[in-house]
Design a binder for this molecule. Structure first.
Ligand code: CP
Length: 335
């Protein structure tokens, strides 16, 4: 493994091995495994979990890390190719990213979607260009259309909770005051498909996941013996569900149009997960969410504070699985 950019870059067996390593390191820590190694963390967008869990994971392996939040105490970084740089950004990523790579042994990058051009966001043009500037391992800390660290943590959470491989996994759109990126829904639907689950994407009209995301998930499901489908019918989706994974994302029928997106949401206030959502679900059905979550907009207090919620386990597992990723990318085999 040279980079950690997309779960789809790994075979299913490699993901299982990574999760076994994560569990082994959690049970039997290796506090000196990455002594002398440095992890650089470049953020173009805010974070709580990713920022803290990457640093904690590196420290637990005996390594060090530095954090650059672009434009906050550092130069603003330009990402557009061919930009005439007479605005606020003083440095281009074509210089800045290789400079940072000189100072570390691996680099994590977080760069969200532009949210204007769906094709550009799905192609991850800007993120791929930055990855191409680095000759050392790169970790995707959330790009325009992917969040593999979150997906790996969520897979581990499902395993920890002994959710059967073939169980019904419902990725449900939930409300939010504004459009959010497709990174987590794309990574989540792919992860559950790759795990071999019966995956149902539940969403209102206008919020269907793009065909490229569904086709990628369908291929993963076919290889793992699972299935993937989409519906707007909440009863159909939630009947027999073992997991409800709540996630917010923007309009896909009018991608990048904030005005129409807002209008589409005006009648969708009931897309907030409540206890009543679970009336036809499996008795021990779980509620997952990557966090941060808007209480009583996306998920009601009664669910987040109730027995079904496993959001803290997911957040904890971010550190656990990233420890394995860093170990795999940076440790020197012992002879
Ligand atoms: N789930 C997640 O990536 O959280 P942060 O945005 O806080 O890092």
């Amino acid at each position: 493994m040279n980079n950690f950019l997309d779960l789809a870059d790994l075979q299913r067996e490699q993901v299982v091995e990574l999760l076994e390593l994560a569990e082994r390191l959690a049970q039997k820590p290796e506090p000196h495994a990455l002594a002398g190694k440095i992890l650089g963390l470049l953020f173009f967008n805010p974070s709580l979990r990713t920022l803290a869990s990457m640093q904690a994971a590196m420290a637990r392996l005996g390594g060090n890390s530095f954090v650059i939040s672009a434009g906050q105490g550092t130069w603003q970084l330009e990402t557009r190719r061919g930009a005439v740089m007479n605005g606020a950004p003083a440095e281009h990523v074509r210089e800045g990213v290789p400079v940072l790579a000189h100072y570390c042994d691996a680099l994590g990058i977080r760069a969200f979607a532009g949210g204007v051009d769906l094709d550009a966001d799905l192609n991850e043009t800007s993120f791929k260009e930055m990855v191409g500037l680095v000759s050392k391992p790169v970790i995707n800390m959330e790009s325009a259309a992917n969040h593999p660290c979150q997906a790996l943590a969520d897979w581990k959470t499902l395993d920890d909770l002994t959710v059967p491989r073939r169980a019904k996994f419902v990725l449900s759109w939930v409300n939010h005051p504004r459009a959010l990126p497709l990174a987590v829904p794309a990574a989540t639907v792919h992860m559950a498909a790759m795990r071999g689950m019966e995956v149902v994407v539940l969403r209102p009209e206008g919020f269907a996941l793009p065909p490229a995301i569904m086709q990628k998930a369908a291929a993963a499901a076919a290889a793992a013996g699972g299935s993937v489908r989409e519906t707007h019918d909440r009863d159909d989706a939630l009947t027999g569900a073992h997991v409800v994974y709540a996630k917010e994302w923007g309009s896909t029928s009018h991608y990048g149009n904030a005005e129409i997106d807002a209008r589409q949401r005006t009648s969708l206030a009931d897309w907030c997960v409540r206890d009543t959502w679970f009336s036809r679900a499996a008795v021990d059905c779980k509620l997952m969410h990557c966090l941060p979550v808007r209480r009583n907009v996306a998920v009601a207090d009664e669910v987040l504070d109730g027995r079904r919620s496993v959001v803290q386990r997911e957040a904890y597992n971010r550190m656990v699985v990233q420890t394995a990723v860093l170990h795999r990318l940076l440790s020197t085999p012992q002879h």
